[in-house]
Design a protein around this ligand. Structure first.
Ligand code: MSP
Length: 515
C-alpha cells in the first residue's frame, strides 16, 4: 500500500552566527514531528538547512577577514554539528550556496518573470541590514540614542536608493485574502493568522526583490549587476531541496506540496504572504500549513549577543545529554507561545519526570521481573478491574491523544499524556506492591508485573519522538524487535508475549545533581 507522504521543513538559518537555543528549539520541534509521523506510518521527508547569502553575511565575513564562502562553510558546519548532537533525523541539509539551489532559484525567478510579475524600477526607503528588509516611514522611529531604527525589530535603518527588480505583490492582495478565507487552517496558530490577515488587509505594496549594493547573492539571470533579495532566494530552498525544477523530479513528485513549514513567529509574514504569492505566480501548489512557533526567552528576556544572555544548545547537551535537552525544550514550552528556559526548570523537569516518574517505574519493574521471574516476561494470569483500568488507557486510546496533540504541535501536552500514564503506573505498583505479593500470591505478582511491563512497552514506543536514545534502550531491555516499535504496535494485538527474555536492567534516565 502506498504510504501517505509528509514533508516538513524548518526555516533555513542565517549563516551569520553560531546556532543558539532558538534554532535548536525549532529543529527539535520539526524532528519530533518528523519522527512522530514516521512512527505513525507516513512517508516522511524532513528538511533543514542554511540561508547563506545576503549583505549581513557578506559583512560578517568581511569583519572576520575571511572569504564569504569560507565563512558560511564554517558556520554551516557548526549547525550540522548541533543537529547531529541533538540527534536530528533530517533527510537533507540544504545550503543556499549550493549549485542545485542557485539554479532552481534562477529558474523560479524566470517563471515569475514570464508571468509578467517582475519589473525593473527604483527603490527608495529605510533599509535595515540586520533584518534584510525595507521599512516604510511609519515603521521607523528615532531611538533614545538618536539613531533611526525599525519600530518592530529595533534595528538601525539607513536610507537607500537603488535600481531594483520588483515583484507585483500588490496584485495579490485580494487573492491572498481569499486564500486565507478558503484555507482557514493554513496559518497556525490563529493569533498569527489574524496578524497576517490584518497586515494584508491594509493593502500590499510591490516587493523589491533584487539588490545592486552588494554581490553576495544569486545573480539574476540576464542582468548580473543584480543579486536576488535574500528572502526570495531563501524561500525557494523548500523546492530546490526536492530537485525542483527538474522534470519529473521524484522527490518533488513525492513530497510537494509541503505539509508543514515550521518557522518562528517573526518570519510568519514572509511565509504566509510572499511565499504563497510567489508560488501562485509560478503556478506551483501551495503548502498545507505554516506553523509559527514562539520564541525562547532567557528569564523572560529576548536573547541577544549584546545582552550576553544567549543560551548555547551545546551547553545544554553537555550538561544534560541530547535526550533530556530535547525533552526539556518540548515539555517546557507551549507551542506557539514564548517560553523560558533556565537551568533550574530543566533540572526540575529532568529529575521529577524523566528520572523519578518514568525512569523509576522502568527500573523498579524490570528489576523485579529480572529477579523474581527468571528474567522472563511473566505470565499474565487472571486480569482484575484495576489492571484493565490501567491497560485501557493505552493502545489506541493513548495513540489517539498523542495524534490529536501532535497534529497541532502541542508536544508538551503529548508528553503530559505519557507522564500521566507513568504516574498512574507508579500508583498501581505502589498499591499492588508486587514485592509483597511475591510471598503471598505469586500468580498475582506475575500478572501485576506483566501489566507493568506492557505499560512500559507502550511508554517506550510513545516516547521515541522525544527521547529516541533512552526509549530505544527501554525497548531493547524489554526485548522488543526494531521492527515492532512503530505506532501500529500500540495495540493489544501486539501485547508482550510471556516467557520471552528481558535484558539485565540498567537505568536510562539519570538524575541530575544540581551543583
Ligand atoms: N534565514 C531566515 C529564515 C529563512 S526561511 C526561508 C531567518 N533566519 S534566523 O537564523 O534568523 O532564524 C531562523 C529561525 O530561528 C526562525 O524561524 C526564527 O524565528 C527562529 N528563532 C530565532 N530566534 C529564536 C528564539 N529565541 N526562539 C525560538 N526561535 C527563534 O530568519
Amino acid at each position: 500500500m502506498k504510504r501517505e507522504s509528509f514533508y516538513i521543513t524548518t526555516a533555513i538559518h542565517y549563516a551569520n552566527a553560531a546556532p543558539h537555543i532558538g534554532h535548536a528549539y525549532e529543529n527539535i520541534c520539526a524532528d519530533v514531528m518528523a519522527r512522530f509521523k514516521r512512527l505513525d506510518g507516513y512517508d516522511v521527508y524532513f528538511l533543514t538547512g542554511m540561508d547563506e547569502h545576503g549583505q549581513k553575511v557578506q559583512q560578517k565575513a568581511k569583519e572576520n577577514k575571511i572569504d564569504s564562502q569560507k565563512y558560511v562553510d564554517s558556520i554551516s558546519d557548526t549547525f550540522r554539528v548541533m543537529n547531529r548532537n541533538l540527534n536530528l533525523s533530517n533527510d537533507d541539509f540544504i545550503r543556499t550556496t549550493e549549485n542545485r539551489h542557485k539554479r532552481a532559484a534562477q529558474l523560479f525567478w524566470k517563471k515569475l518573470e514570464e508571468k509578467g510579475d517582475i519589473y525593473l524600477g527604483k527603490y527608495e526607503g529605510w533599509y535595515s541590514i540586520r533584518d534584510e528588509a525595507f521599512y516604510s516611514e511609519n515603521e521607523v522611529t528615532i531611538s533614545e540614542d538618536g539613531k533611526r531604527i525599525a519600530i518592530d525589530s529595533k534595528t538601525e535603518v539607513e536610507w537607500m536608493v537603488e535600481e531594483s527588480y520588483f515583484f507585483r505583490l500588490s496584485a495579490y492582495t485580494d487573492r491572498l485574502l481569499k486564500l486565507y478565507e478558503v484555507r482557514p487552517d493554513m496559518i497556525q496558530p490563529a493569533s498569527r493568522r489574524n496578524e497576517v490577515i490584518n497586515f494584508v488587509k491594509q493593502g500590499l505594496h510591490d516587493l523589491s526583490i533584487s539588490r545592486t549594493s552588494f554581490t553576495w547573492g544569486i545573480p539574476v539571470l540576464g542582468n548580473d549587476r543584480h543579486v536576488m533579495y535574500v528572502w526570495v532566494d531563501a524561500l525557494i530552498n523548500y523546492l530546490s531541496a526536492l530537485d525542483y525544477p527538474e522534470r519529473n523530479a521524484p522527490l518533488y513528485n513525492r513530497f510537494w506540496p509541503c505539509d508543514v513549514h515550521l518557522v518562528g513567529k517573526d518570519i510568519v509574514r514572509f511565509h504566509a504572504i510572499y511565499w504563497p504569492a510567489f508560488l501562485i505566480s509560478a503556478e506551483i501548489p501551495l503548502p498545507r500549513v505554516i506553523h509559527g512557533h514562539g520564541h525562547i526567552l532567557n528569564n523572560g528576556e529576548k536573547m541577544s549577543k549584546s545582552l550576553g544572555n544567549v543560551i548555547s544548545p551545546q551547553d545544554l547537551i553537555n550538561k544534560y545529554g541530547s535526550d533530556a535537552t530535547r525533552y526539556v525544550l518540548m515539555r517546557e514550552i507551549t507551542f506557539g507561545q514564548d517560553g523560558n528556559i533556565s537551568d533550574e526548570s530543566a533540572v526540575i523537569r529532568i529529575n521529577s519526570e524523566l528520572a523519578n516518574t518514568i525512569g523509576n517505574l522502568v527500573q523498579r519493574t524490570l528489576c523485579l521481573i529480572y529477579k523474581n521471574c527468571k528474567g522472563l516476561i511473566p505470565n499474565c494470569n487472571t486480569l482484575q478491574k484495576v489492571d484493565y483500568d490501567l491497560l485501557n488507557t493505552c493502545d489506541e486510546t493513548l495513540l489517539g491523544k498523542l495524534r490529536k496533540h501532535s497534529e497541532i504541535m502541542q508536544f508538551n501536552r503529548a508528553i503530559g499524556e505519557i507522564v500521566q500514564l507513568a504516574v498512574a503506573a507508579n500508583a498501581y505498583i505502589d498499591e499492588q506492591a508486587p514485592w509483597t505479593l511475591k510471598k503471598t500470591d505469586y500468580y498475582r505478582m506475575e500478572t501485576v508485573l506483566y501489566v507493568l511491563a506492557e505499560i512500559i512497552r507502550q511508554l517506550g514506543i510513545a516516547l521515541q519522538p522525544y527521547t529516541p536514545v533512552a526509549s530505544g534502550r527501554i525497548l531493547d531491555q524489554l526485548g522488543i524487535a526494531e521492527t515492532q516499535r512503530n505506532f501500529s504496535f500500540l495495540s493489544r494485538d501486539y501485547a508482550l508475549k510471556s516467557g520471552l527474555p528481558i535484558l539485565e536492567p540498567e537505568g536510562v534516565f539519570p538524575r541530575i545533581n544540581f551543583a
